[in-house]
Design a protein around this ligand. Sequence first.
Ligand code: GS8
Length: 219
Amino acid sequence: MADEVILLDFWPSMFGIRVRVALAEKGIKYELKEEDLRNKSDLLLQMNPVYKKIPVLIHNGKPICESSIIVQYIDEVWKDKASLLPSDPYRRAQASFWVDYIEKKVFDAGRRTWYTSGEQQEAAKKEFIEIIKLLQEQLGDKPYFGGETLGYVDVCLIPYYCWFYTYETMGKFSLEAECPKFIAWAKRCMQIESISKTLPDEKKVFGFCLELRKKFGLE
Ligand code: GS8
């Protein structure tokens, strides 16, 4: 019997996009169930009772939660396509280290570049640029964080790229000017079909954030 794969998701979520990219990379067919996060489905509450957040991958009825863990799971279960995580234990630990860094740093500073104003926004901008500079240093001269091919760190980081237009426009800064090699990496990733076909349009993300800012009285 074919595997039943369901993804509970919300379109602009960088966490959900990670999972969609990994599924596309592995060529896995799945059913996408879009969640209304203000009115969560019973299925989401049942499948992720701890955090009640998307994304959740439901594989043959069993839930897997937390995007970075879901990407690892996909890599381990569907082994017929190229691996995202290195098999060497040291390189694997290093990849996990950088994904952990992304978890701790990128979302929060990124959010503050568009969700705050004044001094807070200035501080967030500086912080965000420093975080991306450090990642750029880590990339070095490699085409991808995974080396010659797309890997775990790339999959976990590239979803942020469709948010950069929002960060840059609302925060009034240019990542291309600050971190050209990093942007070259992002553009290289966008040449890959599993990524270009998955990432939502940056202007659509911007519109979504503009609405949120208005709703919370920030405009
Ligand atoms: C984060 C998921 C998350 O924040 C992961 O999967 O990597 N660490 C988790 N999901 C958000 C949507 S994206 O901002 C979510 O589901 N929020 C609903 C809520 O907080 O109620």
